[in-house]
Write a protein that binds this ligand. Structure first.
Ligand code: GLU
Length: 476
């Protein structure tokens, strides 16, 4: 049986787009589902588009999401190097082979000539493609021009008119006639291969069994078919993924919202929630369930469930999935997360409040706002207090009664405090909601807080009393 080996082959051009992260995820899932291997290969053959630190950004992002590669730059693996810029000699060898067999040819045409040719073809309503002027050059002429040091590229010689087929595991049987495909450049004048040359050589030498990439690369496949054939290699299975779209069904871009994978983490989404949701954009798990751990995704994932048409990325749904993943955390796990988001909150409070917070918070970025009353003073407006609490005299009495309870009992026994508060509410015939709202506002300065009585022990008797006092002062 063929060993399942998949790869993720990004170019180091900056932050990872969420659509690229989905490509990585599905490729990773297929490898893990089959007990196979997942390779990270960096396609850095276009030096103009590369950004400094680009490789590190990719590695860091994959690590943050837990999509660890088995092989890749800086990782183990015996099929490296895994940076294409370190493989130039390998490509050269195969380009030479193609030239010798007549499957590729040298082209000396200048950029100006190619531009003119393109314009003329467009004027005539033809699809722009190289007119094969250099295919006619004699060997002697080529030798001479090379000796003169003329700039040259190497082009693939496509068959003239041939239907090229492949069995796409998502898109089905695809047919493209070679007449529609240009004689693509394989080796640039700077000695770097193009994507087409490098991807074919590397996928073969790295023994990739399944190529996952987005559908935008479909039109490259006929070129690759011709290259695999010329080199006498078997082509891996092709899995073209549908695009990730915005609500308007256009490719997801900044116009729709965040698109950089690491931005989602900064905004308070859990990595496993983003992966859970991303898997569903374009893949159907064939159940009504939508909430999966990464482990469950590994078990369930299959290529058959990948859809042909683009999947809409719904930010609201992601939020819902995120809330669920937060709720699944153990108190210890959430407490550790709280340590990152609200480092000023004492460890005891983190652990104590974890179970209460996890069912309330949809995004981790809500935490600092929600909890800052623990370490920051509150800025309470008396208007808001009266608006939510009712008549001034009533609010004042409420606060005085609360003060009495706190002074007598302290704040550590939550259940006892609640009982006392309920007794007071009943005796005075107050509305429960209003009473606790007054307490909430005075203690936290906001109407959105964690469960209020449960929070008091972590604030401590002294601070609680001070805030009640301040509330009373403000009412005059
Ligand atoms: N280097 C290509 C990219 O940046 C990868 C295409 C492929 O996976 O074949 O998306």
């Amino acid at each position: 049986m063929v060993k399942i080996r998949t790869r993720f082959a990004p170019s180091p051009t900056g932050t990872l787009h969420i659509g690229n992260l989905r490509t990585a995820l599905l490729s990773w899932l297929w490898a893990r589902h089959n007990g196979g291997e997942f390779v990270l290969r960096i396609e850095d053959t276009d030096k103009k588009r590369e950004v400094e630190g680009g490789v590190e950004i990719i590695k860091k992002t994959l690590k943050e999401f837990g999509l660890v590669a088995d092989e890749g730059p800086g990782l183990s693996g015996d099929k490296g190097p895994y940076l294409q810029s370190e493989r130039l000699g390998i490509y050269e060898k195969y380009v030479k082979k193609l030239l010798e067999a007549g499957d590729a040819y040298r082209c000396f045409c200048s950029a100006e000539r190619l531009e003119e040719m393109r314009k003329d073809q467009q004027k005539e309503g033809k699809i722009p493609r190289y007119d094969r002027k250099c295919l006619q050059l004699s060997e002697e002429e080529i030798e001479e021009r090379l000796k003169r040091g003329e700039k040259t590229v190497v082009r693939l010689k496509m068959p003239d008119k041939e239907d090229l087929f492949w069995d796409d595991m998502v898109m089905g049987k695809v047919k493209i006639n070679s007449a529609e495909v240009d004689d693509t450049v394989l080796l640039k004048s700077d000695g770097y291969p193009t994507y087409h040359m490098a991807v074919v050589v590397d996928d073969h030498l790295m023994e990739i069994s399944h190529i996952f990439r987005d559908v935008r690369w479909m039109s490259s496949t006929p070129k690759h078919i011709v290259l695999y054939r010329a080199l006498g290699w078997e082509m891996p299975k092709i899995v073209h993924l549908p695009l990730v779209l915005g609500a308007d069904r256009k490719p997801l871009s900044k116009r729709h919202g965040s698109v950089a994978a690491d931005e989602f983490l900064k905004e308070g989404y859990l990595p496993e929630a983003v992966l859970n949701y991303l898997a569903l954009v374009g893949w159907n798990p064939k159940t009504d369930e939508e909430l999966f751990s990464l482990k469950q995704l590994v078990e369930k994932f299959d290529i058959e469930g990948i859809q042909k048409s683009g999947g809409v990325f719904d930010y609201k749904k992601l939020l819902h999935v995120n809330a669920w993943h937060i709720s699944q955390k153990t108190d210890e796990e959430l407490s550790e997360i709280l340590g990152k988001w609200v480092p000023k909150l004492k460890e005891e409070a983190r652990l104590g409040l974890a179970s209460l917070l996890k069912v309330r918070v949809k995004k981790l970025s809500e935490l600092p706002g929600l909890l800052k009353f623990f370490w920051e003073g509150v800025n309470l407006s008396s208007e808001l207090l009266l608006q939510k609490g009712g008549e001034k005299e009533v609010v004042k009495t409420m606060l005085e009664e609360i003060r009495k309870v706190v002074e007598e009992r302290g704040v550590d026994e939550v259940e006892k405090m609640k009982e006392e508060f309920m007794k007071i509410i009943e005796k005075n015939e107050w509305k429960v909601g209003k009473f606790f709202m007054v307490l909430r506002l005075v203690i936290c300065g906001s109407s959105i807080t964690p469960p209020i009585v449960e929070s008091l022990p972590y604030l401590g008797k002294e601070k609680v009393l001070k805030r009640i006092e301040k509330g009373l002062e403000q009412l005059g």
